[in-house]
Design a binder for this molecule. Structure first.
Ligand SMILES: [Zn+2]
Length: 376
């Protein structure tokens, strides 16, 4: 048996011996919030790891990871996430290094020490996690935790309509450029996402009835919503020409602590199944923020402790208690400033109705852009 005093984590022949449920609940450091040192451009990985660690619904599934039935090596994402969370749990100083997880990312060909987009990194890590969980029930449960099921429709001008089911583990929401603070709300961004889009010109789709590419309307309707709702504020605008460059949108997007999804379009199928929107209420519990510009930036995370219901700001190894007023400051940013600007919002469902099922292919696609409509 080896005992690694540094992290306080006990491992027997490579096997983790669990101490107690994560995250740490004894209130030793900021009610269980343990900082992660920056190992060189690792702020994004740190913020993302904190968002996983401080989601008890996530950790309670991950904690069932069983080394006797799984692969326990340096490349395995769930195993090394478990090892890191054990270190965080057992930390005597309130700060640990995520080195074992950074090394694991490198072995999975994910560059650990570089500028990342938090949303892209979330999708990469989450898909790797699902791939590497050998226990199918666990993988399924983990997938369902974030799964937003939608019905995607494409309607040709001739009237022909095609509908297909798909799912996402985050919603990429448009950020409208405004001048005044508070004038654009998260609820409006959600409505814009679900508003049918006119795909004409270069985005036309082939219609078998018209036997040619036609302008179409494409849109989404909700089928079911998950326990953890991941909303991505799409603040980085792709270049519109070869002379253009990626821009960050600093405009204000105000978001509420309590969010209702009852105004969004719901599919007929969901209505028939009685999967109504009455219980689609959410509470905000984490905000990943980005400071800086489209070339160089810094990520931090604001999290609401499930233990004392207070907000904390986790900036790599620094943890401090904050107020809702501090979170409100992340609604917007300013050019040439290092203001924290909200980028990813994590909401937790208050009530639940109906069952959520999985997508057929078991993978989430990159939600950074609206999916291209398939031919009719
Ligand atoms: Zn047509």
């Amino acid at each position: 048996m080896a005992f690694h005093a540094a992290g306080g984590v006990r491992e027997e022949e490579g096997q983790i011996v669990r101490q107690s449920p994560w995250p740490y609940t004894h209130g030793k450091f900021n009610n269980g919030i343990v900082g992660l040192t920056n190992r060189g451009l690792t702020c994004c990985v740190n913020a993302l790891l904190q968002s996983f660690f401080l989601t008890p619904e996530f950790t309670s599934i991950l904690q069932r990871w069983d080394q006797r039935r799984e692969v326990a090596d340096d490349r395995n994402i769930p195993y090394n996430m478990c090892r890191l969370f054990e270190q965080m749990q057992a930390s005597m100083s309130g700060v640990v290094s995520a080195e074992i997880f950074l090394n694991c990312l490198t072995l999975n060909r994910v560059k650990a020490h570089r500028q990342h987009d938090a949303e892209e990194l979330f999708l990469t890590v989450f898909n790797l996690l699902l791939d590497q969980l050998l226990n199918p029930e666990m993988a399924e449960e983990m997938k369902r935790l974030y799964e937003i099921k939608v019905e995607e429709f494409v309607k040709c001008q001739c009237g022909k309509m095609s509908v297909k089911d798909s799912s996402m583990c985050s919603l990429p929401l448009p950020v409208v450029e405004t001048q005044s603070r508070g004038s654009f709300k998260l609820e409006e961004a959600l409505k814009l996402f679900f508003m049918p889009q006119d795909l004409s010109q270069n985005n036309q789709c082939y219609c078998s009835d018209c036997d040619r590419k036609c302008p179409v309307m494409q849109g989404f309707k909700l089928v079911s919503v998950p326990k953890i709702l991941n909303l991505h504020l799409n603040r980085f605008r792709a270049p519109s020409s070869s002379w253009d460059f990626i821009r960050k949108i600093y405009s204000s997007v105000s978001f509420p602590e309590t969010l209702n999804l009852d105004q969004l379009p719901i599919s007929e199928k969901a209505q028939k199944c009685g999967n109504g929107q009455d219980g689609w209420h959410y509470h905000l519990y984490a905000v990943l923020t980005h400071a800086g510009n489209s070339i160089f930036g810094h990520y931090t995370v604001y999290v609401k402790s499930f233990k004392d219901s207070m907000w904390y700001h986790v900036n790599d190894s620094y943890v401090s208690q904050v107020q809702w007023e501090d979170i409100r400051k992340t609604f917007e940013g300013r050019v040439y400033s290092w203001d924290d600007t909200a980028y990813m919002l994590l909401y937790k469902r208050v009530e639940q109705t109906g069952a959520v099922t999985s997508p057929a292919d078991g993978h989430y696609r990159d939600g950074a852009s609206r999916p291209q409509a398939a031919g009719l």
